[in-house]
Design a protein around this ligand. Sequence first.
Ligand code: PFF
Length: 454
Amino acid sequence: MANDGLNTRGNWGSKLAFIFAASGSAIGLGSIWRFPIMVGLNGGAVFVFAYLLAVILIGFPLMLTELTIGRHTQKNPVGAFKALRPGTPWKLVGYTGVVTGICILSYYSVIAGWSVGYLYKTLIGAFRGEMTWARSDQIFSSFTSNPLQVLICFLLVIILTTYVISKGVKGGIERWSKILMPMLFILIIIMAIRALTLKGAGPGVSFYLKPDFSKINPKLFFYAVGQAFFSLSLGMGTMITYGSYISKDDNLSSSAGWVCFSTTLVALLAGIIIFPTLFATPGINPQDFQANTGLMFQVFPLIISKLPGGYIFGLLFFILLLVAALTSTISLLEVPTAFLIDEHNWKREKAAAVIGTAAFLLGIPSALSSGASPFLTRIDLMMKMDLVFGNIMLAVGGLFITIFVAYVWGIPQALKEISHGNRSFKIKPLWIFSVKILAPLAIIAILIFTIILA
Ligand code: PFF
């Protein structure tokens, strides 16, 4: 039997605490590591433009939709669909989200673990002295092909994440987010200012901010919308779960707006750090920056070694990356944990520990797929996991969530929930248009492209 959730699950301390925690979920490796790769891969500023469109027209409306379902039902994704349409297969959307969360957590924590390894390497001065592309590449591949090092770093991330989640929503996520998020903003702004003042930063700034519209093509939008989903933590019910802790007095659309704004700001700043730095570093071809999971880890030590004060900036960067990744892994673990607590009456500590262990076991093959196991490396398992769960499953989830609200639960019901704490819902027409037409159509197009392109 599901409990009603309200008494046992607690609430965010304030609207600000919610915005910090939800931004913490959204801002992570998606914005700092994946977004710049996508920008490099898709022609620079024109991708930034497409990403902004995707965030405003699809990401923001879907975030508001998920928060609305969450606050209305006060439940995890499975419980939410069960409550709104009992006895129908709609609960499968919730189950899919729970499974997707565990799967994304498994490989995402591996990459977060690389940041732990790189933080340690930076700390002990491993990147000091003359750095070349070849040397950096060698450091990266010898790190990722050492199973023990990679697994220890990965385990550390899982343990930290499980610890925070087992402390509960108030004691855990809220306390950590209040400390971590402002720190993250300060660090990233300092680094962005530093990057912009580098000699030779100009061409990097234009590559990043001056769109060449002749490069627009459908693939670009496919990547832009996919990136918006991943970076805003949409499509698997994370924002349903986070929304379930929001008070009725809060304005959902402004909360969603702040989360989208802060995430986009961090992604944009991450690009401002990376592109001017890249272009200002002699001998780096921006084309080198595109192709694989390790690229940021291969490029950054080159930049560290070529910057005055690079040691400190390197440390700051890897701390920042780790902080951002941890607040996201926390949210990935919260979805399945809330499901077990609400639907199966598990204790929070037990739920977090069991799911954390499952994610670790599931992530081992991904951890070994960057050199440690020749077979797993050859089939590029981690990128396959990302394609299936980080891309296709999030898109499928988002599609069903919008269809559910637009055509099953109904726009009037959702509007009624949104109106609590928000009497004049100014962007109502945009939201309705997106949920009923634009988002479902765009997501269907994404899925078709993913299948054709894969
Ligand atoms: N948004 C996170 C990032 O950009 O790093 C990743 C993520 C977290 C995706 C939570 C999905 C999710 F539900």
